[in-house]
Design a binder for this molecule. Structure first.
Ligand code: NAP
Length: 250
């Protein structure tokens, strides 16, 4: 189990109620699920997305505030997170030499309100303490994705790694949620988690995207996840069911 900074959770972080949140990357698949979960809880939502993606949020337009712009633009983020008790951030590795993920993370770390809960999404490839155990197939997939991403200038996985390095070094009230392979479908409930990839409970490596979003939203109000990097899996996945007695839930 990864040890959190001994100063966490601080009392002020346990009691801060959530009323208004920002969702950075709100127009993507994960983002739209998070918007719905947050509205279901009665929270005010400020969504940040690229100008060309505003129309994807049309069904929420009457109920949320939308701040259009690149998510790695510090001024866009500063406006969006003002007055927010929490921020949910989709960290995406898209593009090369744009520092999109690291710039987005940095802007949120720099401009979020003092004491705000900050919850970031990424994949299992991110490791906080080097204690994760990856299969050869997973490692191979990463090598292929890394090189194809660079050659096609489609994605830069290392910038997402850099984004998380900055988050892990920060003394902010952060959580980095590491998603397994994602699939669409009806909710299976709140995923279970473990501190390290390679733990038997995670073996099935699958989570419904709607439940990844649920875990992100739940992390905003769970002080036990402060300065943690939970790797998640569906609570109905065979590996989760097999290890249910020791499963950790958010
Ligand atoms: N896909 C998986 O199997 C998987 C597995 C594990 C973890 N994750 C993690 O889950 C999170 C969401 O991933 P997802 O695959 O489900 O995708 P997603 O929710 O659709 O999110 C993709 C995000 O990237 C943005 N985006 C797309 N192209 C872009 C570009 N060229 N420049 C800048 N931003 C761009 C999208 O914004 P627009 O709406 O503006 O396009 C959207 O906010 C990520 O943090 C990812 O690391 C994914």
């Amino acid at each position: 189990m990864t040890q959190a900074n001994p100063s966490f959770p601080r009392p002020d972080r346990l009691t801060r109620p959530v009323r208004r949140i920002a969702i950075v990357g709100a127009s993507g698949k994960l983002g739209q699920y998070m918007v719905q979960h947050a509205l279901d809880r009665g929270w005010e939502v400020v969504g940040v997305c690229r100008e060309q993606s505003v129309s994807k949020l049309a069904r929420f337009a009457e109920r949320i505030t939308i701040v259009p712009g690149p998510t790695n633009d510090a001024e866009v983020i500063r406006r969006a997170v003002a007055g927010c008790d929490g921020v949910l951030v989709v960290l995406a590795p898209w593009g090369v030499n744009r520092q999109y993920a690291s710039g987005t993370a940095q802007a949120v770390l720099d401009h979020a309100e003092p004491g705000a809960r900050l919850v970031f999404s990424c994949g299992w490839h991110i490791t906080r303490d080097g204690q994760d155990q990856y299969s050869w197939a997973f490692r191979l997939m990463l090598v292929v994705f890394r090189w194809i991403g660079l050659l096609t200038r489609f994605a830069e996985l290392d910038d997402q790694v850099e984004a998380c390095r900055r988050i892990f070094e920060s003394d902010r009230d952060w959580t980095v949620v590491r998603g397994s392979d994602l699939e669409e479908g009806e909710s299976e409930g709140l995923p279970v988690w473990s501190a390290h990839v390679g733990d038997p409970i995670l073996k099935s490596n699958r989570t419904r995207r709607v439940d990844f979003a649920l875990f992100m939203v739940e992390a905003l109000v769970d002080p036990a996840l402060s300065q943690q990097a939970p790797a998640i899996v569906s609570r109905l996945a065979p590996s989760a069911l097999a290890h249910a007695p020791i499963a950790q839930t958010a």
